[in-house]
Design a protein around this ligand. Structure first.
Ligand code: MN
Length: 406
């Protein structure tokens, strides 16, 4: 191995995710995470090893690189994988190609054009339905027929690490006749994964489920921050708006679909049968362990949720087929959130709303305080990794601190 990779690193030789980094003496550019280091692809390209336009690697986003298509991006990934494992390869004896991750600044990896958020976890949709509507009929009649989603806002999607201020807005306090304006009292996270598209489609044409994977470049961790009180007051009749679009964080490294290949699993049985355009063949879910932790200001980190991406009722392929079934076109660099990923167990719920059941079951923190929603000074961190037959890889983390309202 050209570079030492710590045991249990998310960025093992099996991963090779792409991201955008800069350092004191390097402009924002494309890199690959490997162990505790970043491999500088611009410097690798200067060795004359690539046969595509290498200026795409000098861009401050991955869009131009992934626009080259999977034929090229997959080859870059597998070449790097091979060279890293060969002590006599072109990468040998060139320490300047690698920088410690602690010495780089990670940037938003994608210039995100359009953003859709789905609602594809049956456990999450059932929990929300029980809390807000009818415990006996928690799922709405469309839910098992349509991968329900909405069009969100791309401008406020930011990279892990950037703190945000508690958002303000309009809410209707309990038993009040008229709304008030002020900081949200019910700030929440949503544990999600999101996929990035790497190929555009044509307006008027649909993407079939058996073509969809060709359009999916890779995945990131996604924290879809939500202000539940603002959301509750505003969402009827047109759906989520300012309670959702003040900020969402993504992890900086885009893990390719190829890297996730060993972790494919069968999804939950879909009953009733879906319409033909949503039918899929083969395993379209992925066994990826997810966790959420909460760290109070100057306090100690505490895990509050353990979930898994394999629980998703609707998979990515169905989401993309549904997104385009009416002829809506997609572009390189679109982002598609999974929706909150909850499991069956009470500690696998992917939001504070569910974990604390609308404020009725507080979480006890180690510092003696309790939480039913997120407090000022809290840091929320999400991590994801997959492991099978000795192969381990992960997503790193998406982490952000909440500052008081401005
Ligand atoms: Mn969401």
């Amino acid at each position: 191995m050209i570079i030492q990779i710590p045991q249990n690193s998310d960025f093992s030789i099996h991963n090779i995710p792409f991201g955008i980094f800069s350092s004191e003496d390097r402009n924002a550019r494309v890199g690959i995470a490997i162990g505790d280091h970043v491999l500088d692809l611009v410097m690798v390209s200067k060795l004359g090893v690539f046969s595509f336009d290498i200026t795409v690697l000098e861009q401050p986003t991955l869009n131009a690189f992934i626009s080259l298509g999977k034929k090229i991006t997959s080859k870059v990934r597998s070449d790097i994988q091979r060279w890293l494992q060969d002590d006599t390869s072109i990468l040998a004896g060139k320490p300047e190609l690698f920088i410690r991750q602690s010495e780089v600044l990670m940037h938003l990896p994608i210039s995100i054009g359009d953003y859709t958020d789905f609602y594809s976890s049956i456990e999450h949709a059932t929990n929300v339905g029980k809390m807000f509507r009818d415990p006996a009929n928690a799922l709405l009649p469309n839910w098992k027929h349509i991968p329900v989603g909405y069009h969100g806002r791309a401008s406020s999607i930011i990279v892990s690490g950037e703190p945000i201020h508690r958002p303000k807005g309009q809410t209707l306090p309990n038993n009040a006749d008229s709304p008030i304006y002020g900081p949200t009292q019910r700030l929440d996270f949503e544990l999600e994964m999101a996929f990035v598209t790497g190929k555009k489609s044509v307006l008027g044409e649909s993407i079939a489920t058996n073509e969809a994977e060709d359009y999916i470049f890779g995945l990131v961790l996604f924290n879809d921050w939500s202000a539940r009180d603002i959301q509750k007051w505003e969402y009827v009749p047109l759906g989520p708006f300012l309670g959702k679009n003040f900020a969402s964080h993504i992890s900086p490294w885009v893990v390719t679909l190829e890297a996730l290949e060993p972790f494919r699993v069968k999804g939950p049985k879909q009953e009733p049968k879906v319409l033909p355009y949503l039918e899929v063949e083969g395993n379209k879910n992925y066994d990826i362990k997810l966790e959420v932790s909460l760290t109070p200001n100057n306090g100690e980190e505490q895990i509050i949720c353990n979930s898994n991406y394999k629980y998703m009722y609707w998979n990515m392929v169905q989401q993309l087929a549904h997104q385009t079934v009416n002829g809506c076109n997609i572009n390189v660099g679109d982002l598609y959130g999974s929706g909150t990923i909850s499991g069956k167990d009470e500690d696998s719920y992917g939001s504070m709303l569910e974990l604390c059941w609308m404020g009725t079951k507080p979480i006890q923190m180690n510092d003696g305080t309790t939480r039913v929603f997120i407090a000022d000074g809290d840091t929320v961190t999400m991590r994801a990794h997959a492991e099978k037959n000795g192969i381990r890889m992960g997503f790193g983390e998406v982490s952000a601190k909440i500052l008081p309202a401005k």
